[in-house]
Design a protein around this ligand. Sequence first.
Ligand code: B12
Length: 217
Amino acid sequence: MERDKLLEEMYRVVYDGEVDRAALVAEQALASGLDPLDCLKLGFMPALERVGEEFGRGEKFLPELVAAGEAMQRALAVTGPQLAAARRDLPTPGRVLLGTVEGDIHEIGKRIVGSLLMAAGFEVVDLGVDVPARTFLERTRELQPSLVGLSALLTTTMVRQREVIEVLRQAGVRVQVMVGGAPVTPSWAEEIGADGYAEDASSAVALARRLTGGPGS
Ligand code: B12
């Protein structure tokens, strides 16, 4: 299949929530030489955004949101490892602890951020979703990362990013914290005392490099 047809098909499988077909289309796209990040940015992600907008306007319902999210997850299971193929020739710029804050189960964006960080040589420990502030504190103490990344996709869970930062500071743990997720803004990041904010996965890598003083910072 040619590139444009494949991109159209990627869009369609997520938009229509065709969970099983999503992996197949992702495999076809990679086999035909498409870049895994292009597959996500130009094919799958725009469809998920549209489903999200339509859900927000009441034109789509929860089952459709769930199906689109699952189709995206399947696509990511195929493209993610290719994205994350780490550059072993680079010295690792540091360890990053990533997680979605408590009360929030959105994980797709965080996983993409994690994959691109790995591709940039970072060691990534993904704590998953719905992660309490206390767990961030305990794992930070245990793993001594250079950077903690907090994802939040809901206006109601953004406040948890502030909580994590407060818990870390109150415990006297000195670690850099970056925040992200659709509702998060630079001014929110500043207000809660985060060390940085990035709006997408590529800028998250640039930010992580800057904060850890790694290559290209
Ligand atoms: C898929 C999806 C779901 C899936 C999630 C599946 C999964 N396993 O992740 C499911 C169906 C589970 C879901 C559930 C819900 N959802 Co939802 N969901 C979405 C949707 C459509 C897409 C999110 C997504 O994956 N985007 C694609 C990724 C690539 O983008 P991203 O997450 O923004 O990540 C990028 C950047 O933000 C950034 N980034 C992300 N994290 C981080 C972290 C760091 C450290 C950095 C630096 C950067 C960074 O980089 C990423 C890559 O570029 C959004 C719509 C939207 N536009 O966001 C709604 C949306 C977020 N959901 C919404 C809602 C309301 C819900 C529910 C409450 C619905 C319900 N009634 O139950 C539940 C909440 C469940 C919970 N407790 O968390 C609302 C939130 C509204 C609000 N103002 O808070 C949205 C905006 C839809 C809408 N328009 O109404 N959802």
